[in-house]
Structures are given as C-alpha cells and as structure tokens.
Ligand binder design. Structure first.
Ligand SMILES: NC(=O)c1ccc[n+]([C@@H]2O[C@H](COP(=O)([O-])OP(=O)(O)OC[C@H]3O[C@@H](n4cnc5c(N)ncnc54)[C@H](OP(=O)(O)O)[C@@H]3O)[C@@H](O)[C@H]2O)c1
Length: 253
C-alpha cells in the first residue's frame, strides 16, 4: 500500500537485506526502516551491521543484525530462522550481497572467481531457498534481486562478473514464473555504476570508472533505495519485473 506521497507504508512488514554493511544494502536498510519496516540486516562484518542496527534502533526502528556469510548454507538458514523468530515472518527479501572482480580469462585469480560466483550466485540461491517459503506463508510479498548492467552486456575482463549477474537474471526470471500465481512479486534491479565500496573491493585501477562516466556523476546507493521504494509502493497487482538504471552520463556498458 502506498501513502498519498507515493512512498510505501511498510509498517507491519518485515524485510531481510543481505550485504547491508555498506553501499546499496546499507541504503536499503535505512530506507526500509524509514518507511516503518522491521528489518533484518546481514553481512560478514558484524561490527558494521551492529553499529547500523544501533543507529536505526535509536531512531525508533526495529532492526536485527545477524553476521552472516551468504555462501555458508547453515548460516543463511540460521539468518532466516532468526529473522522469522524475532519478527514473526518475512514480507520483503533482498539478497543484495555480492562483489565484483575483473580480469582477462587467462590471467584471472581462480580462487577469486570461485568466491565471487559462490557469493553472487549460490548465495542468492540459498537466500531465496530459505527465505521465499516464509513470504509464501504470508500469502504475498516481494523479492528484489541485484543484477547489474553487466548481466546484460560483457566487456573485456568481465567474463566472470557478467556470468554471475547473467545468472542472477536467469534466477530472477525463473522465480518470477514460479511465484506469479502466488502473489509474490519479483523485481530484478540492474544498476550501472553506483558509488560504493564495490570499486575498492574489485580493485579497479584509478580512472577505470571514469572511462564509463567521462567525469559525470555515478548513481548513489540512495538512488537504488529510491527505486526499491517505488517498486514497493505499486499496487499489489502491479509487478515491475526489471529495472535497468544507469547514471545519466554512463554511455557504456
Ligand atoms: N556498485 C556498483 O556499481 C554496482 C552495480 C551493479 C550492481 N551492483 C551489485 O549491488 C550489490 C551491492 O553492491 P554495493 O555496490 O553496495 O557494494 P559494497 O558497498 O561493496 O557492498 C557489498 C556488500 O556485500 C556484502 N558481502 C560480500 N560478500 C558477502 C558474503 N560472502 N556474505 C555476506 N555478505 C557479503 C558486503 O559485506 P561484508 O564484506 O561485510 O560481508 C557488503 O555489505 C552487489 O550484488 C553488486 O554486485 C553494484
């Protein structure tokens, strides 16, 4: 349900966001809590998510921080169980945790590829496998997945990251079909460049992003959060399945 201003009224809703220790996930947690949702936040850096939970709790929000590695099946199972035990169910699931690593195929660090695919693909599948049954138990709800413009196109050095985000695109469409008669809306967000810790984690060389932006501003995590709130504000019979959003100045990819 939307408020007259067009923002969703999320009071009484329970959201679970992975990768909430920085960037997009942190902005999502803030935005969802700001609309009245009770929010479970997860990431490996426990001190970060506990600090965020403390900050939001001080504003009157209900936030549960659960240190979690999304590649660890029993940890994801426990994350979902703790969320449901604390808040009584689940309405909005955002398996956002992920990272990038670019390298030509003959030069790439194979262990880094494996960690990235485990996180970006297997971690998403685990989060959905354990989380979606609780949304189904509510009778309706939302799943929002973080793909990337890199899931639609590939550039040199981007084989593994683009493969991971193409996989998220496939997972999103399969889930959409599986949920379409069950009142669960599925949205794939495919951002271009978003300023976050992503670029540092990916070890992008200085100036790399500027090749894409030409000195124009990137998206901010709060822009992604605004798009998510817009999706959640739509009437229940409207499912915005795919959103490709680039910074206006991003020409390629
Ligand atoms: N930034 C961009 O340009 C961009 C563009 C398109 C799509 N995306 C996607 O958006 C999502 C969020 O990225 P971001 O830009 O917000 O980057 P970010 O600031 O680096 O945040 C990534 C988050 O993922 C978490 N994470 C990584 N591995 C994890 C694991 N194994 N278990 C649990 N949490 C893990 C990190 O927390 P810990 O390190 O504390 O675990 C962090 O909270 C990713 O899926 C990314 O691929 C980003």
């Amino acid at each position: 349900m939307a408020t007259p201003e067009g923002s969703p009224d999320l009071r009484g809703k329970v959201a679970l966001v992975t990768g909430a220790s920085s960037g997009i996930g942190e902005a999502l947690a803030r935005a969802l809590a700001g609309q009245g949702a009770r929010v479970a936040i997860a990431a490996r850096r426990g001190e970060r998510i506990h600090a965020l939970a403390d900050e939001l709790t001080a504003t009157g929000a209900e936030v549960l921080a659960v240190p979690t590695d999304v590649t660890d099946e029993s940890a994801v199972q426990s994350l979902v169980a703790q969320t449901v035990a604390r808040f009584g169910g689940l309405d909005i699931l955002i398996p956002n945790a992920g990272f990038g690593y670019r390298a030509p195929i003959v030069e790439g660090d194979t262990a880094r590829w494996k960690a990235m695919l485990d996180t970006n693909v297997y971690g998403v599948l685990l989060s959905l496998h354990y989380g979606v049954p609780h949304i189904l138990a509510r009778g309706r709800g939302d799943v929002i997945l973080l793909g990337s413009v890199a899931g639609r196109t590939v550039t040199t050095g981007g084989a593994a990251y683009s493969a991971s985000k193409s996989a998220v695109r496939a997972i999103s469409e399969a889930l959409r079909q599986e949920m379409s008669r069950k009142n669960v809306r599925v949205t794939l967000l495919e951002p271009g460049v978003v300023a976050s810790e992503f670029q540092a984690v990916a070890d992008y060389p200085p100036g790399f992003i500027d090749n894409w932006l030409g000195g124009t501003p990137p998206l901010l995590p709060v822009d992604i959060a605004s798009a998510v709130l817009a999706v959640l504000a739509l009437p229940p019979h409207v499912s915005l399945n795919e959103i490709l959003l680039r910074p206006t100045g991003q020409t390629n990819p």
